[in-house]
Write a protein that binds this ligand. Structure first.
Ligand SMILES: [Zn+2]
Length: 346
């Protein structure tokens, strides 16, 4: 009996379950239909309709291309109303200088200096270079620095020296004599020094040892006077914007007595004198002068090493020597291969 009841119950239960499954099937089918319809609606709204509208838009826009109506475009660009209104603005407040920033020619002389705006990037204070060169201060920059310096010009060889420097893309500092500027200087040459990235310094007016150092003793007044005379000479060719604070004593500072007084007199005018710690030997007596262009380049490196082998080289050369344009390439090679960058003195 238990079995009978069980069977009857189980039959009822199975029937119940079957109906339940059917209801569930209908319910899920309905949900499925709703979902499919919803997704279809979204697709229609977000994707299909915009595409249709787009196509319609392009059909609407197509018949009026701007190019076919040049008269209209020209009218829009002219904007005559703006022109009429412009003078009503307070024009005096908008000066051309303020409205348009000055575009500088970076190769022209930087006001109050001895080099171009562009050369400012590698122009070093002479007082620093002097201290680095003598080991009184550590050079804390990256790598090593070389200063090519050319004394006693301008001269007929100067242009050749400038040609080499230009080809090698290396700057130098030219220590000019007022006397030779008067004889050989032209506005074009002075401008070339500046435009090609070099620095201009003073090396006295006369280079006359007897006048500047009578009895081998430095005359501070004459040295300052010759400095000023030479600067005026250069200003006559480059303009009043030129100034230089760099000086080299003819024969070097170490050759003369009483040099401290001259150095102080120059310093009181903001002028720093500088010697060298390397030389090409181009002005050495014949018996000591290196015999070949290659040897002159090597001599500069040797003298640099003999003088302390520091990170900063100030190399003495003379553009008045015929050998200079010939050995200069070798000298640059020596220092470039040893990892030096090149700067100018300011
Ligand atoms: Zn000299």
């Amino acid at each position: 009996m238990d079995e009978h009841i069980y069977r009857r119950n189980s039959f009822k239960q199975r029937e119940k379950m079957r109906k339940k499954r059917k209801r569930r099937k209908i319910f899920f089918s309905s949900v499925g239909v709703v979902l499919v319809l919803g997704a279809g609606g979204l697709f229609l709204k977000n994707t299909l309709l915009p595409m249709i509208y787009k196509v319609e838009d392009s059909f609407e826009k197509a018949p009026e291309p701007e190019a076919e109506n040049p008269g209209e475009t020209a009218k829009i660009e002219e904007l005559p109303e703006v022109k009429e209104f412009t003078p009503k603005r307070p024009a005096e407040k908008i000066t051309p200088e303020k409205a348009v920033p000055e575009v500088k020619d970076l190769k022209r002389l930087k006001e109050g200096s001895n080099h171009s705006y562009e050369a400012s990037a590698y122009a070093y204070d002479t007082a620093d270079v002097k201290a680095w060169m003598r080991g009184k201060k550590d050079f804390e920059g990256e790598g090593k620095l070389a200063f090519l310096t050319f004394d006693d010009g301008p001269h007929k060889n100067t242009e050749k020296v400038l040609d080499v420097l230009k080809r090698r893309n290396v700057p130098g500092t030219f220590f000019l004599l007022g006397d030779t500027v008067e004889k050989n200087g032209t506005p074009e040459l002075m401008a070339r020094y500046i435009q090609e990235g070099h620095g201009i310094a003073v090396h006295s007016y006369s280079h006359d040892y007897g006048y500047l150092y009578p009895g081998r003793s430095a005359r501070a007044d004459r040295i300052v006077e010759e400095y000023e005379k030479t600067r005026s000479q250069i200003r006559g060719l480059l303009g009043e914007g030129f100034d230089t604070h760099v000086f080299r004593f003819p024969g070097g500072s170490m050759s003369w007595k009483n040099i401290e007084e001259a150095q102080s007199a120059l310093l009181s005018e903001g002028i720093v004198d500088i010697d060298w710690n390397s030389m090409s030997g181009d002005a050495e007596p014949k018996n000591r002068r290196p015999a070949t262009p290659e040897a002159m380049g090597q001599y500069a490196m040797k003298t640099f090493k003999d003088n302390g082998d520091r990170k900063v080289a100030v190399i003495l050369m003379h553009d008045v020597q015929n050998a200079t344009p010939e050995y200069l390439d070798h000298l640059i090679d020596e220092f470039e291969e040893a990892g030096f960058a090149f700067g100018i003195l300011k």
